[in-house]
Design a protein around this ligand. Sequence first.
Ligand SMILES: Cc1cc2nc3c(=O)[nH]c(=O)nc-3n(C[C@H](O)[C@H](O)[C@H](O)COP(=O)(O)O)c2cc1C
Length: 367
Amino acid sequence: MRLGSLELKSDLFLSPLAGYTNLPFRLVVRELGGIDLATTDLVNARSLLERNPKAFKLIETNAADRPLAVQLFGSVPEEMRDAAVFLQEQGVSAIDINMGCPVRKVCRVGGGSAMRTELDRTAELVQGMVNALKIPVTAKMRLGWDDQNLTAPDLARALEGAGVAAVFVHGRTREQGFGGTVNLAGIRAVVEAVRSIPVIGNGDVTTPEAAAKMFNETGCAGVSIGRGAFYDPWIFRRTRHYRTSGELLAEPGFDERVRIMCRHLDLMIDVFGEEHGCRMFRKVAPWYSRRFGPVNEFNKKVVTISSRAEFLEVLERYRTWREQFLGPDGQLLPKFQPAPMVASFMREPAVASRDTIPVPKGPVDVW
Ligand SMILES: Cc1cc2nc3c(=O)[nH]c(=O)nc-3n(C[C@H](O)[C@H](O)[C@H](O)COP(=O)(O)O)c2cc1C
């Protein structure tokens, strides 16, 4: 797998999830294996240039967090270029551009000459960045505004002309938000629109089988996983194993999930300090617990923690409470086991509409 001059050991990627894909989470998924390039949350180019401390925290990294892409957003070409050059000097391996805004404008005008103007302006911005950098520039987009305006193939082709090394495509339209089914044919149309750059598919991949299906049906060169990595930070390793051997490794058990959850908390404390790290972890722990079985007791208490000791106490109490749901073998009784994960595009259409992956709170409408 190659993004321009950057050679990668994996064709699986971690999608940017603002508020979540910080250094601790990236280190967790890297330690579990199967991934190479990971991306930060989106970062405002101007804030970086203004040396805003919050923006600097978003790009905090260390030697184990390599190779790293930083996702930038902004619409002023000089700011995007200068922020990217600054990041290159800091040792970042690639710059990803969040195409949320240009795509919105492109789609709003509904094609025609206005769309062409917007595409040209976007391509110019990208070209300015590509010309100033040695590291690769990539772009992340949705399929378009709605089903009548699937602009991603045109945008991807224009960006390839401007020199991007790859495009990441979430297989949904802006109108879909996070609902409905990921459109594999739509991703395929982007793969077919570009000449030679890799297209990386994205959306709803929560199992190794779903990743394999996305590869097979779209012809994409890579798959990027966001929320699926929350349920299952092992997904990259399990997907790699499935694709190389055909064997589906079992989902990790409770003890392994707890071990990694504790590791994640320790890294949050290292990076953000004990109190702030624990407060931030209040919204992270419930993702781990989604695969624990009955979990009310845990979820109610974990949202109050402010220290590591409090977290460990919540966990110990939960372990004791959870025993009532276990069989003699120490495993959850079948009726309490969580249902298997199934990606939207793996289900029958009627099921897909009522059983989607939860979306955390936040301004997700722009992603
Ligand atoms: C909480 C949240 C935050 C997100 N933040 C970003 C972001 O900063 N930049 C971006 O390009 N996409 C962002 N996205 C979109 C994801 O990168 C991804 O395209 C989308 O969630 C679909 O992939 P998934 O089903 O594997 O999560 C975000 C999505 C969520 C749910």
